[in-house]
Design a protein around this ligand. Structure first.
Ligand code: TRP
Ligand code: SF4
Length: 405
């Protein structure tokens, strides 16, 4: 599979070890991963070092939270036969790349990351005035770039991080990708395309560079990707020459924005452990039922005979995710005319959530009963990831002249 250019089908995503997953994770992230793992070459990892950037005082909480999270990943169907599932710190090359990237990353870029100032101001109960916290977007850039991932599935809030990753990659390529004999090497790479394609490449490059023609750029990318027998280094040179940078050593990723279902918490705010408004994937059925039965509803419905407005009710948000059109019509009509009571309205949601979570809970029990299997799955995933990471680090060292012999 091509690791660069238009054909890059590699996806990378990480999650901090936050312990047991809840419905917010399931509908916001994991269901998307399940789809992606069929269509892309996926790398999914536990960002354990990232947890330290904000919670270095609670380092010992990482491990149990990580195993709990991994059990849930597998229980929902993230498939080690399809995706590489691994732990960041099992691939120490992430750290080496972070160190090298940190050298070319201007301080101003980090200080301007929107979440940086926000969290620094908002989070008062923890000390965030550390080098590690300021630098964590560089670690994230290294996570992505070390696999030359083309796509990073993220929510809106993480888009600036992917943008920063692109800028760091560009700066790295610009700084270290211009070999002393770049032009000569490009010449010879172009010749390897064959006469016709060589002419086409030069024509497309001209159109892109002189007129900013994006279509020409795409076509040229495809042309390069099609030439499977080009040596990798040459392919990267052609890509770099195309865009006017040096050789492309690190690939610029793109955010893969998904219209993820908005899964609110029991109280209508974002579902989050810190709001204590979650349903965990492994909650007992009786607890789930109790949690939904006590969910707040439209405050206008004080009495059974008071009509309500579903738009003002978190239960309606659950119906939007879990119920078919007929049930939603029944809710809308029943709520606005006081034809149904809130407990009645909640019943189909309770049933759907229980039905969705039952097989997940059962698989989680099996996986937990077999920790050796889980460890071996993760070790294999980490090794497979490491193979790729080592290749990139090798190229990076080479490009920087750090491959001493
Ligand atoms: N920063 C992400 C978060 O806090 C986790 C993360 C770390 C990540 N490295 C990544 C996500 C690389 C995508 C790609 O949720
Ligand atoms: Fe909410 Fe349903 Fe009650 Fe209306 S009837 S307020 S939608 S729980």
């Amino acid at each position: 599979m091509a690791a660069t250019g238009a054909e890059n089908l590699r996806v990378l995503s990480g999650m901090r070890p936050t312990g047991r997953m809840h419905l917010g994770h399931l509908h916001g992230v994991l269901k998307n991963w399940l789809k992606l793992q069929h269509a892309y070459e996926c790398f999914f990892f536990v960002a354990d070092w990232h947890a330290l950037t904000t919670h270095y005082q609670q380092a010992r909480e990482i491990e149990p939270a990580m195993w709990d999270m991994l059990v849930d990943w597998l229980a929902v169907g993230v498939d080690p036969g399809k995706a590489r599932i691994f732990i960041q710190s099992h691939v120490p090359e992430h750290a080496e790349l972070q160190l090298l990237l940190s050298m070319v990353t201007p301080l101003g870029w980090l200080e301007r990351v929107p979440t940086y100032k926000e969290q620094l101001e908002q989070i008062r109960d923890r000390d965030l005035s550390t080098y590690g916290f300021l630098g964590y977007p560089v670690l994230q850039a290294a996570d992505i770039l070390i696999y030359k991932a083309g796509w990073v599935p993220v929510g809106e809030d993480q888009v600036p991080h992917v943008e920063l990753t692109r800028e760091i990659a560009r700066r790295f390529n610009f700084t270290y990708g211009r070999e002393p004999d770049f032009e000569v090497k490009v010449e010879s790479a172009i010749k390897k395309l064959g006469k016709r394609n060589a002419r086409l490449y030069s024509e497309l490059r001209k159109q892109y560079q002189e007129k900013g023609d994006q279509e020409a750029l795409q076509t040229a990318h495809a042309l390069i990707a099609e030439n499977q027998n080009l040596p990798l280094g040459d392919r990267d040179r052609l890509l770099g020459f195309l865009e006017g940078t040096g050789r492309v050593i690190l690939t610029e990723p793109k955010p893969l924005l998904t219209a993820a279902a908005r899964m609110p918490g029991l109280d209508g705010r974002k579902m989050s452990k810190s709001y204590d408004n979650t349903i965990s994937l492994r909650d007992e059925p009786a607890d789930i039922e109790q949690k939904i039965r006590t969910m707040p509803t439209d405050p206008a419905r004080v009495h059974r005979s008071d009509p309500g407005n579903p738009e003002k009710c978190p239960v309606w948000e659950f119906h939007k995710i879990y119920s078919d059109q007929a049930t939603r019509d029944w809710v809308w009509k029943g709520c606005t005319t006081a034809g149904i009571g809130c407990l009645e309205c909640k019943q189909p949601v309770i049933e759907s959530v229980l039905k969705e979570l039952q097989p997940i809970r059962e698989r989680a029990v099996e996986i937990e009963a077999n920790p050796e299997m889980l460890r071996s799955v993760i070790n294999q995933g980490s090794e497979a990831a490491r193979d790729v990471a080592c290749d990139t680090i090798d190229e990076v060292r080479q490009a920087m002249g750090l491959k001493y012999r």
